[in-house]
Design a protein around this ligand. Sequence first.
Ligand SMILES: C[S@@+](CC[C@H](N)C(=O)[O-])C[C@H]1O[C@@H](n2cnc3c(N)ncnc32)[C@H](O)[C@@H]1O
Length: 187
Amino acid sequence: MAHTDRARWDERYADPISALQKGPHKLLTHHAPAPYPGIRALELACGLGRNALWLAERGYTVDAFDISLEALRRARDEMQRRELAGVNFVVADLDCFPLPDVAYDLVYVFRFLDRRLFPAIRSRVCAGGLVIYQTLNVNFLAEHPNAQPEHMLGLGELPRHFPGWDVIEARDGQRMSSFVGRKPASK
Ligand SMILES: C[S@@+](CC[C@H](N)C(=O)[O-])C[C@H]1O[C@@H](n2cnc3c(N)ncnc32)[C@H](O)[C@@H]1O
């Protein structure tokens, strides 16, 4: 399964259109905490690294994981082209790869869903740290009935994965749901 996932994503990223670098996600640029020396972030399913590279430009150190060798090859090339350091791009199948045992200031995910990862995501955020999450929801199935329903969020689902957190933003849109939440200092 993981092998075919990797092959599928590698093939997609080998296509010049899919491999175009886009700018960082607006939800991230709006909510990412102001950088300070030593600030750390974790990104799951980083693709071509558009978000991680944006954070690195602002002084973050980022651990960024993705299953696709091709995506991360391009992401590393782009990091070099921008003469940046600061992103540790790791090829990993998140189905079975343990997340680093680090307390991050920010953990974020865009357009990827594996519900088994929520406990690890919650625990990798430091007290007072932030989660930013956005991915497809079930409304997308109306337009794309062949999409895999297990990869779609239910409406109102994201905040339920972060009980007791301070909700900064929680929204169900026409295709995507998003959540920005802060882990309480006492958790
Ligand atoms: C829709 S893309 C989103 C990429 C990036 N987050 C963005 O918004 O630009 C989904 C990403 O999930 C990655 N992915 C899929 N299955 C994965 C797995 N089991 N482990 C790690 N990454 C995976 C793919 O390689 C792909 O880069």
